[in-house]
Write a protein that binds this ligand. Structure first.
Ligand SMILES: Cc1cc2nc3c(=O)[nH]c(=O)nc-3n(C[C@H](O)[C@H](O)[C@H](O)COP(=O)(O)OP(=O)(O)OC[C@H]3O[C@@H](n4cnc5c(N)ncnc54)[C@H](O)[C@@H]3O)c2cc1C
Length: 565
């Protein structure tokens, strides 16, 4: 049986940051369902925040102002000590990345360039043109190879093995051989990313099914603040490929069919650079009012930026527009609509990335350390992955050195693997039944139509009922292809379990939360209600059912106030 000290599940930025900060004397390995360089992190465009003060308009910036913007952006649901920790560490994190070899864009004179981003008081987003995620991911991957981190690629983790509150390892499906195997570990870090594909319209990669979050939930780890789902204002219509906030940061305008910069009616001072929840709602409202085009999109106009700036600062965006919409943004405005983009909620961990299960840690988008609260600011997620990925690696290493090991775990691990194997055989034995892709599509439609940007009690209750019906249908699925090598059908069936659980937890949290906060907008409760709802939602699986609890928000120096932009 394969046995490691530290198993990191996920080869995106959080996973690789954890691998690099783990103690090199330990046996450290990364498991990833796709090659690490195909993780969604590679698609990140606009940049990563840190109060370096390099921009001439950002001279007075400091990490405390960054922390305040983050907390205000979160609609005061972020834990303030955690947000401060991240923003303080941001500055050294950027220089560490630079020293590892990340080729950031530069200002004349050579300092790292910084651009304005939504909800930020100063221009503090560092970038590499509009391919920031790509260059950071490649750099961290090369450094991981240099440090001899072991990689198990195209292994799908299907189960977290926990016994008596202790994590013993995972069970994997090796796509290349079709085998189900247990992997023993003294500690496991999940860095499995977001769940965008639970929605129909999303900017997320096809791999983002969120199975890691669901696996942790089924192993008894609570999920936190899952009702807060970020919808990015600008995805390319109709493909929903992301058009970075950097396009507005560089000066792009949003226009309705009357030729008006309509943000003047929603966020008169910040305009296009208001936080994402506000801009996404403004766009959707314009479309719903009949001020969009074909009732589906508005336009992002970059023409006034000029050819040189577009080619230098937004080359990837231009390429996407030419390849996927047949238009050149130098000459033509871009049709855009909001789409699911990011999950503020996730696996409940503290600021050392520690969960309630001994030896189990989580970092990156799959985790909810609680920095982004009810709405994340652009550029803060890449930062979250490198800062908390690093902390997770350090803390997990400390844990391994201080623990007595997991003792006789082989038998338990083998039993768990056998259980997964039997389940798969059960699906394989049937020649007819429910086809999974139909359920998958139905789930996405329900989530987009009923648990989207605008929500109300009736839709949420209806969605919950339909998700329960889908759970019933899921018991009748079968595997039509019998070969288990590279079976995408099997991957989908295995991951759908998690998608259903996530959909249920998101919807339940949204139904219960009778207020509007950040990305969670209730048409029937349009105001934020701090008296009753300034608290984190925490959902735990108990006896097969979600149990909802609430947890205090850590408020320090910033008293909750109305957000104005
Ligand atoms: C198009 C786009 C652009 C973005 N641009 C920005 C930006 O400019 N700035 C910013 O701050 N944020 C941006 N974001 C958000 C940010 O990129 C992500 O939140 C972040 O990269 C997530 O990193 P991660 O390491 O947590 O997860 P990911 O990069 O998604 O990696 C997840 C990893 O987990 C593995 N995995 C998942 N499930 C399993 C399983 N069951 N078994 C085995 N392996 C598994 C996958 O193979 C993958 O390696 C953007 C997001 C998108 C979608």
């Amino acid at each position: 049986m394969i046995s490691e000290d530290v198993i990191i599940v996920g080869g995106g930025l959080a996973g690789l940051a954890a691998a690099l900060s783990s103690d090199p004397h330990l046996k450290v390995a990364v498991i990833s369902k796709v090659h690490p360089l195909r993780s969604h992190s590679v698609a990140a465009q606009g940049g990563i925040n840190a109060a370096l003060g390099n921009n001439p308009d950002g001279k007075d910036d400091n990490w405390e102002k960054h922390a305040f913007d983050t907390i205000k952006g979160s609609d005061y649901l972020a834990d303030q000590d955690t947000a401060e920790l991240m923003c303080e560490k941001a500055i050294s994190a950027i220089y560490e990345l630079e020293h590892l070899g990340v080729p950031f864009s530069r200002f004349p004179g050579g300092v790292i360039a910084q651009r304005p981003f939504g909800g930020a008081g100063f221009p503090r987003t560092c970038y590499a043109a509009d391919r920031t995620g790509l260059v950071i991911l490649h750099t961290l991957f090369e450094q991981s190879l240099r440090k001899n981190v072991r990689f198990y690629n195209e292994w799908l983790v299907t189960k977290l093995v926990v016994k008596d509150g202790k994590c013993l390892g995972v069970v994997v499906y090796d796509l290349a051989t079709g085998q189900i195997m247990p992997v023993r570990a003294k500690t496991v870090i999940f860095a499995t990313g977001g769940y965008g594909r639970v929605y129909l319209r999303t900017t997320n990669a096809f791999v983002n099914h969120g199975s890691g979050i669901g696996i942790a939930y089924r192993a008894g780890v609570p999920l936190k603040d899952m009702e807060f789902v970020q919808f990015h204002p600008t995805s390319l219509f109709p493909k929903n490929i992301l058009i970075t906030e950097g396009a507005r940061g560089e000066g792009g305008y949003l226009m309705n069919n009357k030729g008006k910069r309509f943000l003047a009616d929603y966020a008169p001072s910040a305009m296009e650079l208001a936080p994402r929840d506000i801009v996404a709602r403004a766009i959707q409202t314009e479309i719903d009012k009949g001020n969009g085009f074909e009732n589906q999109y508005v336009r992002l106009d970059l023409r006034h930026l000029g050819e040189e700036k577009i080619k230098k600062r937004l080359p990837g965006i231009r390429e996407i527009c030419i390849d996927f919409a047949g238009l050149d943004p130098i000459e033509t405005p871009i049709p855009i609509q909001p789409a699911q983009h990011y999950s503020m909620g996730g696996i409940d961990v503290d600021k050392a990335c520690v969960s309630i299960v001994e030896g189990f840690f989580a970092a990156g988008e799959c985790a909810c350390v609680s920095i982004h609260g009810a709405n994340r600011l652009g550029g803060n997620s890449l930062l979250d992955t490198v800062v908390f990925g690093k902390i997770a690696g350090e803390e997990a290493s400390k844990f391994v050195k201080g623990s007595e090991g997991v003792g006789k775990s082989e038998e338990i691990l083998l039993d768990c693997a056998l259980e997964v194997q039997r389940r798969i055989e059960g699906w394989g034995k049937k020649d007819s039944g429910q086809k999974l892709h139909l359920l998958l599509n139905e789930l996405k439609v329900i989530m987009s139509e009923k648990v989207g940007i605008f929500r109300d009690k009736k839709d949420l209750a209806d969605a919950l009922e339909r998700i329960h019906a889908l759970k019933e249908d899921y018991t009748r699925v079968y595997l039509s292809g019998k070969c288990l090598r590279y079976s995408q059908e099997l991957v989908n069936i295995l991951e759908f379990d998690s998608m259903l659980d996530l959909a249920e937890v998101i919807t339940l949290g949204a139904l219960n939360r009778e207020e509007t906060r950040g990305s969670h907008y209730r048409l029937d409760f349009k105001k934020r209600n701090d008296k009753d709802w300034l608290k984190h939602t925490q959902v735990t699986l108990k006896d097969g059912k979600p149990q909802v609890d609430y947890k205090e928000v850590m408020i320090e120096k910033y008293k909750p106030a109305e957000r104005k932009y």
